[in-house]
Structures are given as structure tokens and as C-alpha cells.
Design a protein around this ligand. Structure first.
Ligand SMILES: Nc1ncnc2c1ncn2[C@@H]1O[C@H](COP(=O)(O)OP(=O)(O)OP(=O)(O)O)[C@@H](O)[C@H]1O
Ligand SMILES: [Mg+2]
Length: 222
């Protein structure tokens, strides 16, 4: 079977004293759902940023299908991120002056193949319970509501890979469960591959695989 995502010997050293990742080997199949857990500061966001090409490893290789991501130029990387990857950041980075609907449509503006992004936006916002808030600004929403908007924005271009950094962090238990269910439904319906960083074992255990990041290395959580 073709590999979807493959990391080989990925290491990251920020400076002399901060080596965060060392020799990470990771293979993920298309359509898989993977949770990454580990203590604060262990390098989870660093790893997601490297997979999402927002940061470069100090050493190692990152392949997406046949494409060697570390050889792409900035323009190719921007297009790759826009078309293939949905990113839910730990801090959601919504545009304060735009409405909820406008915020989730931003990634579709530069994607000529976005199709009917507005219809998809309305459908997804309804699924996360935000239909009544389309014209609100993010500043009027709770932390959990903003997080759901950020998830919908990440999904708007029908990415093949969703990288989510604590997507349920500021949600109630019920909110976290229903967001995790939404991601898993899209995982089944659209063959969306999921990599979810979470502190919640409850959320992690819904995924096909749980990996634990400890001392710079990934291992299966037992
Ligand atoms: N740009 C940077 N320069 C230097 N050190 C950094 C930088 N970014 C992160 N670090 C350090 O690397 C380590 C890993 O950070 P990272 O954000 O990946 O952790 P994390 O596992 O996501 O933590 P959390 O669960 O708190 O979000 C931390 O010690 C952090 O201080
Ligand atoms: Mg983090």
C-alpha cells in the first residue's frame, strides 16, 4: 500500500539547550486517525508544525505520498498547505474584524477548486451548532465556540490531512465528544486522515492509534 505520510529520523533542535525531537520515524496510512499525547513542552506542537510544513526539522525527511516536502519552495509549500492540509492551531488565530462565516471561508478564497465553499461552510457550522452565529465576530464567542469555528475553517477546502492541536481543549466534555465525533465522521465520509494532539485520553482513545511523545520520541501508548 502507498504510504500517505512518512517521517524518517526527524529531529528538531531549537538551540544548544533545547533538543525537542530526536529520530522520529512515523508512517501514517491514508484514512487513519492518530492521536498524539504527551506532557506539556514535550514537542507535540513542534511535531505538528513540521508535518504541516510550518517549521523545518533540523534533520530527517518528511514525505507526503511521493513528494519530499523538505525540497518544496515557499510557493509550492503554500499551495500544498492550502490544498492538502487543514490546520487547527492551539491558539485559533481567527480574524477579529470578520464574521464567523467570513472566517471559515478565508482558506477557500485562494483555492480555485474550492467549489461551493459557502454551502460546505453552512453545513459544517450547523453540525458544530453555530448556525445562529454566522454573522457574529469571534470576540463575541466563547473559547469553545471559537475553537469550533477554527475546526470548520480547517475543513473548508476538504483537506486530505487534518492536523489538530488540542481541538477540544476549551470544550466541555460533551462539546469535546461531539467535536471528536464530527472529526471521525469526516474521517469515514471523506477519508480524511487525522492527526490530533490532545491531553484528553477520552478523545485520544476514539482514534485508531494513540502515540505518546516522550523524551523526543514517539511510542505506542499502552
Ligand atoms: N521557537 C522556539 N524556540 C525555542 N524553543 C522553542 C520554540 N518553540 C518551542 N520551543 C520549546 O520546545 C519545547 C516543545 O514545545 P512545543 O510547543 O512543541 O510543546 P508541546 O508539547 O506542544 O506543549 P503544550 O502541550 O504545552 O502545548 C518547549 O520546551 C518549548 O519551550
Ligand atoms: Mg502545544
Amino acid at each position: 500500500m502507498n504510504t500517505f505520510l512518512k517521517l524518517g529520523g526527524v529531529g528538531k533542535q531549537y538551540d544548544e539547550n533545547t533538543r525537542v525531537l530526536q529520530g522520529i520515524d512515523l508512517e501514517i496510512r491514508q484514512g487513519e486517525s492518530v492521536a498524539i499525547v504527551g506532557p506539556s513542552g514535550c514537542g507535540k506542537s513542534t511535531l505538528l508544525n513540521i508535518i504541516g510544513t510550518l517549521d523545518r526539522p533540523t534533520e530527517g525527511t518528511v514525505f507526503f505520498g511521493d513528494s519530499d516536502l523538505l525540497t518544496l519552495n515557499e510557493k509550492e509549500l503554500a499551495e500544498f498547505r492550502n490544498r492538502q492540509i487543514g490546520f487547527v492551531f492551539q491558539l485559533h488565530h481567527l480574524l477579529p474584524q470578520c464574521s464567523i462565516l467570513e472566517n471559515v471561508l478565508v482558506p477557500s478564497l485562494v483555492n480555485k477548486e474550492a467549489g461551493d465553499a459557502q454551502a460546505r461552510a453552512l453545513r459544517l457550522l450547523e453540525r458544530v451548532g453555530l448556525s445562529e452565529r454566522l454573522m457574529h465576530r469571534p470576540g463575541k464567542l466563547s473559547g469553545g465556540e471559537r475553537q469550533r469555528v477554527a475546526v470548520v475553517r480547517a475543513l473548508i477546502n476538504q483537506p486530505r490531512l487534518l492536523l489538530a492541536d488540542e481541538p477540544t481543549g476549551s470544550l466541555s466534555r460533551e462539546g469535546a465528544d461531539s467535536l471528536a465525533e464530527l472529526l471521525l465522521e469526516l474521517n469515514r465520509e471523506e477519508n480524511l486522515t487525522l492527526i490530533v494532539v490532545t491531553h484528553s485520553m477520552r478523545v485520544a482513545e476514539k482514534m485508531d492509534r494513540v502515540l505518546s511523545l516522550e523524551r523526543g520520541n514517539l511510542k505506542p501508548e499502552t
